[in-house]
Design a protein around this ligand. Structure first.
Ligand SMILES: O=C(O)CCC(=O)C(=O)O
Length: 283
């Protein structure tokens, strides 16, 4: 979207308020915003190859195949995949986009009067690899995982064209309207997961039944804005390509809950959610 014409219509604001979710097709400028991130990922994959003495025989960069070589790295060693995962969060073009003023403007358009902040540790590039179900985000709200403020927003955007077999993110339409859901923090079924990933919604099955689920198929340049209280989960990637996506999280310094706890971060910031919100811990 052209930087001069960033405006949300009344219909878009209404849709977000109603659904806790808003898809804005073609929000980012592909050449200016997205391709630089893809190009840098291509280079970082090359650096991981270099570090491990793997010959780089890839073709030159193209936006459609920016992750060339990544599947081969994964096949050689899962650890190489994790190195890429951690490294790509440090790409300057990605960090530039994180702090882009359009995110601040969207935040204040959707939360009039808010004082926007970037949730430290709340940004990243997800790589959902085919068949790796154990790294999926199970049904959750972002607030317990992030804290900072109850009225935060996730700006989610794909780096690849999302197809149904890639397991698009699923959302419970309108679920944010019921506020923060109590969670179980100890969960034997998720004993292989840590921190926020181990949280389990109380009465999950009956809660999820209440809502219509949607799983928008989006393309590079599209933006999905998610309320911190909207229930959502990763899909199951059954394709042969990794599902790459950007996540930027913003919060509101003027939110009463954030003001109460001092905009604390959650698990990733070393904070025990139970100490901040004992009333939301069902166990
Ligand atoms: O991209 C996904 O699979 C999940 C994303 C998510 O849960 C989030 O951004 O909060």
């Amino acid at each position: 979207m052209n930087k001069q014409v960033l405006q949300l219509s009344d219909a878009q604001r209404h849709e977000f308020q109603q659904d806790g979710l808003l898809v804005i097709p073609g929000f980012y400028d592909l050449e200016a915003d997205i391709v630089p991130v893809q190009r840098a990922i291509h280079r970082v994959v090359g650096q991981v190859m270099k570090r491990h003495g793997i010959p780089d025989v890839r073709q030159t960069f193209s936006s459609e195949r920016f992750d060339d070589g990544y599947q081969s790295l994964l096949a050689l060693s899962r650890t190489y995949g994790s190195e890429v995962y951690d490294a790509v969060k440090q790409i300057p073009a990605f960090i530039r986009l994180l702090a882009d003023f359009r995110h601040e403007m969207l935040f204040t358009a959707l939360r009039p009067g808010a004082v926007p902040g970037i949730a430290a540790g709340g940004y990243g590039i997800r790589i959902d690899n085919p068949g790796e179900d154990r790294f999926r985000a199970e049904w959750h709200q972002d607030y317990p995982a992030q804290l900072r403020s109850l009225d935060g927003l996730v700006f989610w955007s794909p780096l690849v064209a999302i197809t149904a077999d890639m397991g698009p993110v699923q959302f419970c339409q309108g679920s944010h309207n019921n506020g923060a859901v109590p969670v179980l923090t100890m969960n034997s079924e998720r004993s292989n997961k840590n921190g926020a990933y181990a949280l389990h919604l109380k009465d999950e099955a009956s809660l999820l039944e209440r809502y219509t689920k949607i799983a928008p198929l989006t393309s590079p340049g599209d933006l999905v804005i998610i309320d911190f209280l909207t229930l959502h989960a990763s899909g199951f990637n059954r394709s042969d390509r990794s599902r790459w996506s950007l996540q930027f999280r913003y919060f509101n310094f003027d939110d009463p809950t954030g003001l109460m706890h001092g905009w604390k971060g959650s698990f990733a910031a070393g904070v025990d959610f139970k100490h901040i919100h004992p009333e939301l811990c069902a166990d």
